[in-house]
Design a protein around this ligand. Structure first.
Ligand code: PLP
Length: 437
């Protein structure tokens, strides 16, 4: 620590955070290092309307950005419930009854729809119990440190960033943290044999948010059971989209949209499922499903239950009505979603273009032959009326840089036909990574 009075220290030796933020960041400063790490995304932000866009208007799955109408293939509203008249018309009744926002933390009190949703979820998932919190980000940050305690966490190398951040909080509380190769049960098993301090927690996505693929759940669940570990899953992209298999299922997505555990015929033995309503159900709400004693523990130990503001009433209403609608016509919507997705996947196959998607689920990442072409590909899509998610480095590995298309039941068949025509033209202009190099 300097013994000079603050006013007599030379300014150049006091590179404070504030100095960096108001002036140009000095080379080598903390801010310059951050900006450097995010340089690819910064460049895209500066020049690309597919990122950080202001959406001026919405009409079905058409959106107006900077005065131009585009078709939205970046929406995670898989069932199209964000636009469903039945959901929209039900919300004002809930607002009249409950006001716009409960404001109490859940520890103080929860409006009745919370309990109704939790009970509905128990039946839908076939889990012992469920607990609602506003977002998955809250859940991972709060629940992973509780479950890991001073033990050991094993995290899939491609787990969602919010899971990883929850693991880092747990490490700060005394847990040790180990990464294993993506979807590789053998790599996990080696780590489980080597690191035995309990409790042990294995964390991963259900349906992966970038590849669209699920893990080999029976293999991972068996490992968890054999090694007395808990398998902690984030099925943000599977819940509402895939569900239990049945002989009379209207699509290979299965029935009821009750998530990856039911879809792959697994049980909740040594398995904790988390998922959110913010994708398929178009609502700001998330849940954890597990044993009742865990729910009791989280009610007294999880900070978001004790201290965070709750989900707005409109979100509780859209989740509750969405769940009812799911029972009535969810399978129909999923059959439409599957058919639209299949058209895109089959077309990429015909084009000889690679995609990470091997599952047939509605997240389709299309890598470019040359990662440097990303701004050009993005501009081409935009100029041809397509709004897609750019998959940039370091969000994805360099060899997977490209764009991600998501389908929803609200995308029309005509919109998909137009997309396929644009993909044909794009492939002639910006080389896509070939399926068989
Ligand atoms: C796999 C996954 N987990 C978690 C999240 C974050 O969810 P939430 O908005 O509920 O915090 C996302 C959001 O995109 C996600 O894709």
């Amino acid at each position: 620590m300097s013994c000079l009075p603050a006013h007599s220290r030379p300014a150049t030796t006091v590179p404070t955070a504030a100095v960096d933020l108001v002036d140009r960041p000095a080379p080598g400063s903390w801010l310059a290092r951050w900006l450097d790490a995010c340089a690819d995304l910064q460049e895209l932000f500066a020049h690309h309307q597919l990122l950080d866009a202001v959406i001026q208007e919405v009409s079905g799955r058409r959106i107006r950005v900077d005065g131009r109408w585009l078709t939205d293939f970046a929406s995670c509203n898989y069932l199209g419930l964000d636009l469903d008249p039945e959901v929209i018309e039900a919300i004002p009744g809930y607002l009249q009854r409950w006001g716009t926002h409960p404001s109490w933390s859940r520890m103080l009190g929860s409006p009745a729809p919370y309990q109704q949703i939790e009970e509905h979820l128990v039946e839908l998932l076939g889990a012992e119990d469920t607990l609602l919190l506003p977002t998955l980000t809250h859940i991972h940050a709060a629940v992973i440190p509780i479950l890991a305690d001073q033990g050991t966490i094993f995290v899939d190398a491609r787990a969602h960033k919010t899971i990883y951040d929850g693991c880092v909080v747990a490490r700060a509380h005394g847990a040790s943290l180990h990464r294993f190769a993506h979807h590789d049960p053998e790599a996990l098993e080696r780590l489980l044999r080597r690191h035995t301090r309990s409790p042990r927690l294995v964390c991963m996505d259900g349906v992966n948010s970038m590849t669209g693929n699920p893990p080999d759940l029976p293999a991972f669940a068996a490992l968890a059971r054999d090694h007395d570990a808990l398998l902690y899953l984030d099925d943000a992209h599977g819940f509402g989209v895939i569900g239990q298999r049945a002989r009379d299922e209207p699509s290979p997505y299965g029935r009821r949209g009750n998530g990856v555990v039911r879809h792959l015929g697994e049980s909740y033995d040594h398995v904790i499922l988390t998922a959110g309503f913010s994708k398929a159900y178009s609502s700001l709400l998330a849940f954890i499903a597990g044993p009742t004693p865990l729910k009791r523990l989280l009610k007294v130990a999880a900070p978001p239950y004790l201290y965070s503001g709750p989900s707005p009433i409109a979100s509780l209403a859209s989740a509750l009505v969405g769940l009812q609608l799911n029972e009535a016509r969810g399978d129909e919507l999923r059959a439409v979603l599957h058919a639209r997705t299949r058209r895109v996947l089959d077309h990429l196959d015909k084009l000889g273009a690679a995609t990470l998607n091997t599952s047939g689920f509605p997240i389709i990442e299309v890598p470019l032959a040359d990662p440097q072409d990303l701004p050009r590909a993005g501009r081409f899509l935009l100029d041809h009326g397509i709004y897609a998610t750019l998959a940039f480095y370091p969000g994805v590995p360099r060899q997977e840089v490209g764009f991600r298309l998501q389908l929803t039941a609200a995308n029309t068949d005509t919109e998909v036909t137009d997309l396929l025509a644009v993909l044909d033209q794009l492939a002639d202009t910006v080389p896509l990574r070939p399926r068989h190099p």
